[in-house]
Design a protein around this ligand. Structure first.
Ligand SMILES: O=c1ccn([C@H]2C[C@H](O)[C@@H](COP(=O)(O)O)O2)c(=O)[nH]1
Ligand SMILES: [Zn+2]
Length: 162
């Protein structure tokens, strides 16, 4: 009798993998962020990535990071992956859910995460840890009782032919 497969991916690999794959939809040339929201009993509830709001063309709005005129930068237009994932959820409450995200949430996403009832954030990169925004996120998560911890990379390579 053959036993079960042993090299299946873990829950954390699965959900962070889905988050990272979602980020591959992003048109942002510098930072692609993906997010996957999961119930307490490990069911995927929603996904999102950073992109423009509906009706705003990827080809017409700017993707620049800098510019004298803020209206010519991406920052004023982009919907962040976490907010997109929260807004994409149409099933009711996210109370008690977990959020996997490829980049530590900014302060605006942190507010939305807290207010939606999400209780745990698992992030991959923390490349903006020194910014006021991320410091504020961590202060708010600490006060609001939202746990956060970094995803432990396993080094597993997953190849998918598309
Ligand atoms: O909480 C966050 C923070 C940032 N993002 C998105 C917004 C932008 O599209 C990029 C960041 O671009 P940089 O060029 O690295 O400044 O990440 C997000 O989705 N969620
Ligand atoms: Zn954000």
């Amino acid at each position: 009798m053959s036993g079960k497969r042993q090299d299946y991916i873990s829950w954390d690999e699965y959900f962070m993998g889905v988050a990272i794959l979602s980020g591959r939809r992003s048109k942002d040339p510098n930072t692609q962020v993906g997010c996957c929201i999961v119930s307490a009993d490990n069911k995927i509830l929603s996904m999102g990535y950073n992109g423009l709001p509906r009706g705003c063309s990827d080809d017409e709005f700017p993707w620049e990071r800098e510019g004298e005129d803020p209206l010519k930068t991406k920052y004023v237009y982009t919907v962040h992956s976490e907010l997109n994932a929260i807004l994409n959820y149409s099933g009711g409450s996210l109370e008690g859910a977990k959020l996997y995200v490829s980049l530590f949430p900014c302060n605006e996403c942190a507010k939305a995460i807290i207010q939606s009832g999400i209780k745990e954030v698992i992030y991959d990169s923390d490349k903006y840890a020194d910014t006021t925004s991320v410091k504020a996120s961590k202060m708010m998560f600490d006060c609001a009782g939202v746990r956060y911890h970094q995803y432990h990379r396993t080094g597993r390579k997953v190849e998918i032919e598309l």
